[in-house]
Design a protein around this ligand. Sequence first.
Ligand code: 13P
Length: 257
Amino acid sequence: MRRPLIAGNWKMYKTITETRHLVSELVPGLQAVNGVEKAICPPFTALLAASALLEGTDIRLGAQNMHWESSGAYTGEISPMMLAELCHYVIIGHSERRTYFGETDETVNLKIRAALKQSLTPIFCVGETLRENEAGRTAEVVSRQVREGLKGVDLMLSGDFETELVIAYEPVWAIGTGKAATSEGANMVIKDIIRPALAEQYGVDLAQAVRVLYGGSVKAENAHEFFHAPDIDGALVGGASLKSADFIRIVQAAAKG
Ligand code: 13P
C-alpha cells in the first residue's frame, strides 16, 4: 500500500516573516489529519524558520532545487549536504527549472544521484508541454524523462515497501493555468507510461511501490477527484499550497481517498 503524500511547492513566494505566519496556520490543521504524509517546500531562505516551527510535528520539509556537488566554487548555489541538515525532500527537475534555468535530463540525473547520496528523497518531476501533448508525444517524452533522469540510479525497496524516490507527473500545460488534467488522463499516464518505464529498469515490485503524485492546478475544489484514481498517490500543489485553508482541505481530501 502506498501512503498518499501531499507536498506544497511554494515556488518563489513567502519571506521569512510570511513563512512563519503560514506555517503557524498550517500546523494545527495538518496535524489533525492522519494517514497522509504532508510536506512543504518553501524557498531556501525560509527553510530554517520553517524547520524550527515544524519540529515535533509529522510535517516534512523539502527544498525546491539544489546543485549536485556537495561543495565548491559555485556562486549562488545550494548543495545537497546543506539541505540534508534541514530537509527530507528535494524537488528535482521541475518544469520551471527545465524551462527557465536550462535544466536537462542530464543535470536532473546528476541531482537525483546527489540527493540520494545525502539521503534526501527526490520528488522527481516529469511532464510534457502543450505542444508535445498536442503532437501525441506524451508517452515518448515522459518515458524518456523517467529513463534518462534515473539512468544508473540504484533504487531499493525499504522494509515498509516504500522507496526513497517520489515522482511527480506535472503536465506543463496544467501548471498555474487553472486547467488541470483529468484524473483519468493523469492516471493513465502514470499507469501506462511512468510505472512501465520504472518496471523496465527496476522490476514490477519497485514500480508498484514508488509513489507518483499528480501536479498542475490542484485546488481544494478538484483535489478529491485525483485521490480516487488508483495510480495517483497524492499531489504536488503550487498556488493552492500558499493558502492555509486550501492546502489543509487538499490534505483532508487525500485522507478520504
Ligand atoms: P499549480 O498548482 O500552481 O498549478 O503548480 C503546480 C506545480 O508546479 C507544483 O510543482
